[in-house]
Design a protein around this ligand. Structure first.
Ligand code: PEP
Length: 264
């Protein structure tokens, strides 16, 4: 059984003081009542892994506020070069030094608002896998793709471009893929449990084609798109889904905690 990941992507929300308050409250809640304590035990036994992705300027505050390593920190983006004349960018070495375990790559807002291409994302993914930071690599189709029956074609294009040069051991041990249908992000429209499971199962089939069955089994695949406490347990119970990437509901510490406690 895979370690389940519950990851919160805060996007451009939560400055340093809001971040410290959130981390303090989350840790308090994970120590308070029976459900909190049960979740804490599940984290300690490595059955679930909690990840928070604050904006760059709040990463230090998140790391400083932690009383334990129960909460892992992720960045939301990275540049593939180690240093140089890249105004406004942040390197993997900087993320590592700041205390990040993970980085989100290829979120749909990076792809569709900032125009990041499959080729650019492949460079970011390869550079990340050569660093000490682990990638959470996002894929997902637009509404028009789904309506045209092109979901699998898009997932294939995005993943085949991304893992062109990767080896099976790296994919099995280091890669996390997040399936996030673009039409479900921030819209309140969630994929049905079955649609989410089918798409995550298809991602596993693609991994099997390229890397073999053992790697496909080991690959961690998350679902993201309007996850909230009311639907999280149903999605997480699906066979091909190893965790959740949560935007809006991760900004409210009570909702995020509820998603954690109901996942155990
Ligand atoms: C996201 O931004 O990755 C996301 C899934 O957002 P939301 O949960 O708000 O749909």
């Amino acid at each position: 059984m895979h370690k389940k990941m519950i990851a919160g992507n805060w996007k451009m929300n939560c400055g340093q003081s809001a971040t410290s308050d959130f981390i303090n409250k989350l840790e308090d809640l994970l120590e308070s009542d029976e459900t909190g304590k049960r979740s804490s035990k599940a984290i300690e036994s490595e059955l679930i892994e909690i990840v928070i992705a604050p904006p760059f300027t709040s990463i230090g505050a998140a790391v400083a506020a932690r009383r334990s390593e129960k909460i892992n920190i992720s960045a939301q983006n990275v540049h593939y070069e180690p240093k140089g004349a890249f105004t406004g960018e942040i390197s993997l070495g900087m993320l590592e030094e700041a205390g990040c375990k993970y980085v989100i790559i290829g979120h749909s807002e990076r792809r569709h608002v900032f125009g990041e291409t499959n080729e650019l994302l492949e460079r970011k993914l390869v550079a990340t896998l050569e660093s000490k930071v682990l990638p959470i690599f996002c894929v997902g189709e637009l509404l028009a793709d789904r309506e045209a029956g092109r979901t699998e074609t898009v997932l294939r294009q995005q993943l085949e471009a991304a893992w062109l040069s990767l080896t099976s051991d790296v994919v099995a041990e280091m890669l996390v893929v997040a399936y996030e249908p673009v039409w479900a992000i921030g819209t309140g429209k969630t994929a049905s449990d079955k649609d989410a499971d089918d798409a995550c199962g298809f991602i596993r089939e693609l991994a099997q084609e390229k890397f073999g069955a053992a790697t496909a089994d080991a690959l961690r695949v998350l679902y993201g798109g309007s996850v909230k406490p009311e639907n999280s347990a149903g999605i997480l119970a699906q066979k091909n889904i190893d965790g959740l990437l949560i935007g809006g509901a991760s900004l409210d510490v009570d909702s995020f905690t509820k998603i954690i406690t109901t996942s155990v």
